[in-house]
Design a protein around this ligand. Sequence first.
Ligand SMILES: NC(=O)c1ccc[n+]([C@@H]2O[C@H](COP(=O)([O-])OP(=O)(O)OC[C@H]3O[C@@H](n4cnc5c(N)ncnc54)[C@H](O)[C@@H]3O)[C@@H](O)[C@H]2O)c1
Length: 257
Amino acid sequence: MDLNGAAAVISGGASGLGEATARHLAAHGATVVVADLNEERGKIVADEIGGVFVKTDVSDEQQVQAAVDAAVATGKPLRVVVNSAGIGWAGRTVNRDGTPHDLASYRRVIEVNLIGTFNLLRVGAAAIAKTDPVDEDGQRGVIVNTASVAALEGQTGQVAYSASKGGIVGMTLPAARDLSPVGIRVNTICPGIIDTPIYAFNANAEEFKAKLVAPVVFPKRMGRPEEFAQLVRSLIENDYMNAETVRFDGGIRFQPK
Ligand SMILES: NC(=O)c1ccc[n+]([C@@H]2O[C@H](COP(=O)([O-])OP(=O)(O)OC[C@H]3O[C@@H](n4cnc5c(N)ncnc54)[C@H](O)[C@@H]3O)[C@@H](O)[C@H]2O)c1
């Protein structure tokens, strides 16, 4: 799938993995809609890459529709959706003080990470399906989701986050099957530890990151957002990649804690 001249919607495009992807795809000829809650950062990124910012909560039907409509309105055929919006959460199934996991926060993590991903996937796919095929295979577009290795090796205190990301892994194959008649591929990336502002919540962010890196096999460092963006582009450009969940993690395997 050629990116040049195509439109792309990237959720979470105002920061971290989504921002790096927005910049990378734009550098390779895509017109990018940055769909993010963060208006200030989102506008800056969109301006710098000649794209469009649409303030979007991925869990909201109308807002996601508006982001996809904005991509269609660019006049370039919508070919790419990248789901990168997401939130983290820490909480045990039963907390140390004996109280059960707070249900509202569990719901919110599922709402943003899992339902938000499906929301943009479904609305984006419906718009991609209306475009003309680009090749003799009948290909129209590609969707790339962002899960996490936490979907596969959920650690202590990650029950909500892991469930949300596991759901994304689980939807990959059936979504690819559903969308095959309209020529849309679906792939999911499971990042390990990538250096983005998602870790900024921790007051001792650098110390915290050094601890996270310890189990990485090689190279012994956090991943770079640009490396993630490069993988997204490969998944878009390689036409035989479909229904796949790819680890992107320097070989890390999460331990219980
Ligand atoms: N950085 C990592 O190590 C890592 C590892 C595994 C998975 N991930 C996943 O990658 C994705 C991107 O993470 P990141 O590290 O770039 O984080 P980040 O915090 O830098 O960026 C996330 C972006 O998502 C946006 N966002 C949050 N909630 C939203 C909502 N409801 N609607 C629209 N936008 C929303 C934020 O405003 C932010 O711009 C997330 O889904 C995260 O779970 C990250």
